[in-house]
Design a protein around this ligand. Structure first.
Ligand code: SF4
Length: 419
């Protein structure tokens, strides 16, 4: 339904794309409501929560850039590169996500410091009042209902939803697996375990807890509560993140059951394709039974397991405070290659660290691993290099680019992104 009055346009239940695609313009996936006012276009999800904002004025930084509010309540600015940056080469995506929180980005762009972006972030809160003032009792009742609903979903209601999500999961999602970029980080977060096996000194995202699986009842209860929290908006999801730091270690039964339960819960979504994402570790990858891989490969979805390898060089691992033997890291790397070869629906990816201060043997070993694979380049099993603390892009690129050119596996940067 559409309603127009002078400079105002309200469109209810607009159908966007049914699949996530990698394009260099703002792509809206799923069903949403759109409100166009002088200067801005606002997009709302099916609950009436603000989701995207794009400025229409000449002061807006770029016509194909926009703001998105994540499920965890963080604003992300999508930076296009503005014709000077080949972002796709670095990230595997056309946009650089910019955050209002500290991350490990190498780009010094800070859209949140721009006045027009700050104005947009303030403008969405004025939308219900402006519409009330302008429309009064005009417009058909679905339009008035929407105006009422978005009025109820103001800043406080959104903060309350973010708190509720935290309560349900029992922890915040401090970092999402890099492969969730394939669904623009739109995932249902279902925690099946918390904590991890190592307590790496370099890690900025660890919970500090030792590993513990959740019970099946806990996972089921969480899912029920997530369904309630999402309401109608669940229809716009086709992916699940099985949290948290080493969900793979939760074992064959729990991983399989949780993935099945979550996929079942998302069955009503009209979106095409289904995805399951999770993190694993060297130990959980090497200990996982063949049955787990077979189960994951048989799910009606594409499953991505991301493993933190960090380095294949012992001296580097020791300096990082990662309590692992380099032989095991190399064994895990080979296992990853085998699994990617074996199962069409399953993709195991790996992370290594990127920092100019790391020893030369780290780079030599990484290059050896990236070239160790079969002679032909492979399209599966991305390798992500994670800048340790951000810093100078040029220094990092001096290390990244030669590896990218020589790698027989897809190689990208990995930025720390919360839910
Ligand atoms: S890098 Fe992974 S395994 Fe190490 S402390 Fe951080 S979350 Fe845990």
């Amino acid at each position: 339904m559409e309603f127009r009055d002078q400079e105002i346009a309200i469109e209810i239940g607009k159908q966007g794309e049914l699949r996530h695609r990698k394009v260099s313009y703002p792509l809206l996936v799923g069903t949403y409501h759109k409100i166009t006012l002088p200067g801005y276009v606002f997009f709302y999800d099916l609950k009436g929560d603000i989701k995207y904002i794009r400025g229409l004025g000449r002061d807006w930084p770029h016509p194909s850039e926009w703001l998105k509010r994540s499920k965890g309540g963080c604003w992300v600015y999508y930076f296009s590169g503005r014709y000077t940056e080949d972002l796709f080469d670095y990230l595997g995506e056309y946009y650089l996500p910019c955050f209002a929180y500290q991350s490990n980005s190498l780009w010094r762009v800070d859209p949140f410091a721009e006045e027009s972006v700050q104005r947009a972030l303030a403008a969405w809160e004025e939308v219900p009042g402006l519409l009330e003032q302008h429309l009064g009792k005009k417009g058909p009742s679905p339009i008035r209902d929407l105006v009422l609903r978005i009025g109820e979903r103001g800043r406080e209601a959104l903060q309350e939803s973010a708190r509720e999500l935290l309560r349900i999961n029992g922890d915040e999602v401090r970092v999402l697996p890099p492969d969730t970029r394939h669904v623009d980080y739109e995932v249902l977060p279902l925690f099946i375990a918390e904590g991890c096996l190592y307590d790496c000194a370099f890690c900025r995202v660890k919970s500090g807890r030792s590993f513990q699986s959740r019970s099946r009842e806990n996972v089921r209860g969480q899912l029920r509560e997530l369904e309630n929290l999402l309401g109608e908006e669940k229809a716009n999801l086709n992916a699940v993140f099985l949290g948290q730091d080493d969900a793979l270690h939760a074992g064959t039964e729990l991983v399989t059951d949780a993935a099945e339960m979550a996929l079942q819960s998302l069955r009503g979504s009209p979106l095409g394709d289904r995805y399951v994402f999770l993190f694993g570790s060297v130990d959980s990858l090497l200990a996982a039974e063949d049955k787990l891989w077979r189960n994951l490969a048989e799910l009606p979805c594409r499953t991505y397991v991301n493993i933190g390898l960090e380095s294949g060089d012992q001296d580097t691992l020791d300096r990082l405070g990662k309590p692992l033997r380099a032989e095991l890291v190399r064994e895990a790397f080979s296992r990853m290659l085998d699994l990617n070869e074996c199962y069409a629906n399953l993709e195991v990816s790996a992370n290594f660290l990127l920092d100019p201060g790391l020893p030369s043997d780290h780079w030599a070993e990484l290059e050896r691993l990236l070239r160790e694979v079969a002679v032909r380049p492979r399209s599966k099993g991305s390798i992500y290099l994670s800048p340790m603390r951000g810093g100078r892009k040029r220094e990092h690129m001096r290390l990244f680019q030669p590896l990218k050119m020589r790698s027989r596996l897809p190689l990208y940067l990995y930025l720390i992104q919360r839910l």
